[in-house]
Ligand binder design. Structure first.
Ligand code: R5P
Length: 304
């Protein structure tokens, strides 16, 4: 029997694009809020013995999006779904991947445990740390938007570009972009002073007279990118900055912060919906084809 895809409320556009690429009708479901704020889910399809794919990013509001996904999974399971794949293009709580002071939860582990209660497999893109794949108790397929974004940037590539990791965690990512785009890599040493502010301690690599291309898994408040960009400009980089990020959350004042940078382009994916701003030179590339290819591999009978 053919697999079926349901989309949560976090990703209406990507859900529609995915259905179009796969030539399928999205699964019929009702999702709304009760008067008291609880989420109400009804799955309108018969699912006995079927493979079900649930598409939902767990960005802000992370808790509601996660719970909505779990409720959808529960409803599908109770309608007889045999195999449930949670497709989570942006996986929230991924930054809580370890205990720094020994006082915190490991939020990423908890989220994978919760998903494992109702789902059989997770598909995610550019997790904040690949270690999450190791501690998930169900199979987690870790995909990457790097090839997509590198190709999108290729036509703008110039010999004076330098790829820059805005913190130590992004160095490997910058190297991956560097290999694809045949560009040198530099990096910025960052120290986080709060969840909104960061301080830069050093810039390593040649950036003077170069145009920086900052790469990271995500932009949240923009603090990391803004601090890195300022440090690069102080180090003599040219005021023509590009940014490549898989997940563009643009939380709080991120847009107004980034607006003040000499930003040439901000290239990202549609892992987060509703990032529409004409204040930034934003180019968004869809994950739909990549996801469709993956689903066809996982569930060959998917094609409509
Ligand atoms: C952290 O290590 C991540 O890779 C990002 O650099 C960070 O989460 C971005 O957050 P913000 O935009 O709030 O600085």
């Amino acid at each position: 029997m053919k697999p079926i895809v349901f989309t949560g409320r976090s990703l209406p556009d990507l859900g529609a694009r995915l259905a179009k690429v796969l030539h399928i009708e999205p699964g019929r479901r009702l999702i709304e809020d009760f008067a008291d704020g609880e989420i109400r889910v009804e799955v309108k399809e018969r699912l006995e013995g079927r493979t079900v794919c649930l598409l939902q990013s767990t960005g802000a509001p992370a808790d509601r999006n996660l719970l909505e996904l779990l409720l959808l999974a529960d409803a599908c399971r109770r309608r007889g779904a045999r195999h449930i794949i949670a497709i989570i293009p942006y996986f929230g709580y991924a930054r809580q991947d370890r205990r720094v002071k020994g006082e915190e939860p490991v939020g990423a582990r908890l989220v994978t445990d919760l998903l494992a209660c109702r789902c059989d497999r997770i598909v995610a893109f550019d997790l904040h740390t690949a270690a999450i794949e190791g501690f998930a108790s169900i199979p987690l397929l870790h995909l990457s938007a790097v090839p997509l974004l590198a190709e999108a940037f290729r036509e703008h590539r110039r010999p004076d570009h330098v790829l820059v990791a805005p913190d130590a965690g992004a160095v490997k990512l910058a190297q991956r972009y560097g290999e694809r785009l045949q560009l040198p890599v530099a990096y910025v040493e960052k120290m986080r002073t709060s969840d909104r502010e960061v301080a830069v301690q050093a810039v390593t690599g040649k950036v003077r007279d170069c145009c920086p291309v900052l790469v990271d898994d995500m932009i949240s408040t923009g603090g990391t990118m803004v601090a890195a960009a300022r440090a690069l400009l102080e180090a003599g980089a040219r005021p023509e900055i590009s940014i490549l990020v898989s997940h563009c959350l643009l939380v709080g004042e991120a847009t107004s912060r980034l607006e003040k940078l000499p930003l040439r382009r901000l290239v990202t994916t549609d892992s987060i919906a509703g990032v529409h701003t004409n204040k930034l030179p934003l180019s968004t590339f869809t994950l739909a084809q990549l996801l469709a290819d993956t689903l066809l591999e996982l569930t060959p009978s998917m094609m409509g």
